[in-house]
Design a protein. Sequence first.
Length: 587
Amino acid sequence: KINLTNLKREPIKYHLKFVEKILRHRRPSNLTVHQETKRNLNLDYLNYYWTRGNFPTNTFHKNTKPYFVDIYGIHCAVGFMIKSEGVGNLVRKIKEENNYLLIKELKNKYPEIVLWSQDNGFTMKELSWIQPTYPPQQQDMLPIGNGGGVDGHVNIMKANPEASILYMAGNFTSIDGFAANSIVGWDGDNWMNFGTGVDGEIFDIHFHNNKLHISGDFKIHGEENFANIAYWENNTWVKLQDGDSGVIYKMETYQEQLYIGGGFESLDGDDFSFLAYYDEQTLSWSNSSIVLENGELINLPGIFSVNDTVWTLAVFDDRLFVGGQFDELHPDVNHPNVINHEVSSLAAWFGYLWLAVEENNMEYINKLQPVGDSLFLFGPMDIVNYLLYSEPMQIYHDGEIEIPFSNSAPFWILDENKPPLVYGYLYHNEEHYIYGNIIPSWTVNGGGLDNLNGIQDGCFDAPVLAAAVFKGNIYFAGDFTEAFDVPLNGLAYSSWGVSPVNIEAHSNQNLDVNYYLSNKQLIIESQINSLDCILRIYSLTGQLVEKYDLNENAREVIINLSDLHDGMYVFHFMNSEYQQSEILSLF
């Protein structure tokens, strides 16, 4: 377990300590004796580096910017290793030309660093692990309601289709002092009940046929038998099955029918293996499909089933994808015309038959999320040795499984007593986020939430179990007691990165450009058909901070300067015929 209090005190040291631990226990395949020796020597250098605790000072940029060498001559960890191996010329070259780039960016500009990594027994991915970014961008965090928190836990948050109510469900009897049994609504100002709720735990909220559905492991409040799935109609909960069936973790609408997956093996007293759909014509549960037999189509039960728990469902590419902890389809069906595919925790249903899906290497899949033209797959981390032999995030795209770039470094876990998982996905202000029991290793004191672009990460002191975007804010629920040093009680919301707009306009007739400064976004606009100039940004003491070669067949270029500290900078524009400097303020 990684203690976030310690991370805040010595964040870079703890990051490097755990990365060294990983690299000591793993090896790229087929290392030579020479490479093995060099690798071990450099890990000794890394150990000396983080033990000494003398790290670069971020002088000009916000603390999310890496410095290869700072103005005092202090090297980053990778720079220190390269310099210690006697390749000081490469270090000086990077410092003078591209001092603030990530390792993943440097490898494209300096083939020498790739050659160095190969000769010293490292992969470029491993060097990226060594180089952290720094504390997440500060966010304003506010308690939900009166800050009373919840007397149990929230598993899921979801807004209704009209985005007027945010539903929160889990296992609790009150939230913010408001009596509610495992489900409650929030309109942005007030709490609302849904009858007397349920007794037990809700794992999913879903809207099907314009009705609110809930599923989990529960009884309708006051009733004797388990329901585990129900919908809200005429101010009452209506059961969709009766009896102790087993947990229903996930619901999804596919081809206008309601599909469910979970740990159940029966529904309404009939046998069902972890999957089923509700037949709207017979008003009963089914797992059957059509099969050709003796020249005729027959309806054969058991085809839509697997041999172990289903954790997640998602509709993507006109198919219903099923994720969980199974390795066999339709285990009780033996028919010559029923196709059997090898599966590993992931399968695709096409309405009446299973389709083959490329094998993935996850131990199990706990979450599927369609994102644009891809399907995100989330699974567990290896928590025994902190080694990632199975990736906790993969992408299904064009029929193939890919490892996303954002997963170029491992995740730590916030709480070793909880599954080391990503619990969900968010899209907010044109950024992609995942949340859960995670600390991305590239942010040395963030936790609970990760931006897939590596910026605006969370800083929660415990897992985020549920989250949703509602009325322009991100709402969070979890075990946390603080976030960004704000005391909280497991429930919070934030506008998350929204800032006011302040536009400052400038013009340079000699360079044929106009430029506009909006907060920390610089918009450069050509007065002719293309841009052809160089922009250098200096501190007031003359230190080069950024350089941009603007040779574009474009009328406009937008440069994000949000990683620079507030203050005054010299903006120096130059082309082959003219140059001009101007002092601009960044706030």
